[in-house]
Design a protein around this ligand. Structure first.
Ligand code: SAM
Length: 237
């Protein structure tokens, strides 16, 4: 999958994408990430201005439509033939959850538009944006962190990215439930043991325990998820 990121702060992505799973996915050629500075598309040759005052007297500044439109059109040219979907990271978008992440897995390429200041001119959303995605009901200073979250969440689900070590199977949300509790060595930590069943070597019983625990934890922590799970699977609990 190709991620084309449009931002006013390209350097923010260096650390986030240079280690671990994302970097391995890039090295394996499973994903490709290219980052472009919206400022480079400004038609203001002297100051490279990208923002202006909003009409109507609101406080703050907005990113002007001109550099955004040019940046998006250029990204679409780069991704020609790869049916790019333009995603604007925005607090007003649909909430990012595992099913939204899974829906993005079908795309060949994504153009991720990161806003700043008070956001972007509405006409850009109207003309170019296919999907608006929010990472939560709070307002951040920019779309860069949401874009990193989205790239990470999508990439780890692409087949071949995770090895056994980091496997997504068994993670929370993978099958609609939270993950069961997990333990590692030592067997005794500050007087606390590990559930005997996990040490029994009895695979069928261990599997049963994990399922029970996942249901129990989901009921305790996220009853809303359990309700959805029951509706989807037709199970009654
Ligand atoms: N004035 C906008 C509003 O009230 O909807 C908020 C602008 S916010 C300060 C600046 C930028 O941060 C947005 O354009 C968006 O790209 C990004 N952003 C802020 N919160 C976000 C969130 N929860 N999810 C995704 N992007 C967000």
């Amino acid at each position: 999958m190709f991620f084309d990121i449009l931002t006013l702060f390209p350097s923010m992505f260096q650390g986030a994408f240079s280690d671990s799973i994302i970097n391995r996915a890039v090295e394996k050629g499973v994903i490709s990430i290219s980052i472009h500075n919206i400022r480079d598309y400004s038609d203001d040759d002297r100051h490279k201005t990208v923002d202006d005052y909003p009409f109507g007297g609101d406080a703050g500044m907005l990113i002007k439509p001109q550099p955004l439109s040019k940046a998006i059109c250029d990204a679409k040219k780069r991704l020609e033939g790869m049916e790019p979907v333009v995603v604007y990271l925005s607090p007003q978008g649909e909430l990012l959850n595992q099913s939204v992440v899974e829906s993005l897995l079908n795309e060949k390429s994504l153009i991720l538009l990161c806003g700043r200041y008070k956001g972007i001119d509405q006409r850009i959303t109207q003309k170019y944006v296919d999907r608006e995605i929010s990472i939560g009901d709070y307002v951040l200073s920019g779309g860069e962190i949401p874009a990193m979250v989205l790239v990470d969440a999508v990439t780890r689900l692409i087949p071949g990215v995770l090895g056994n070590r980091d496997s997504a199977e068994g993670d929370s949300f993978y099958n609609g439930l939270l993950s069961h509790p997990q333990y590692t060595r030592p067997r005794d930590f500050e007087g606390m043991g590990v559930p005997e069943i996990l040490l029994s070597g009895h695979h069928a019983k261990i599997l049963e325990w994990k399922k029970e625990q996942a249901l129990k934890l989901t009921k305790q922590k996220r009853p809303d998820l359990l309700e959805k799970y029951c509706k989807k699977t037709g199970k009654e609990l």
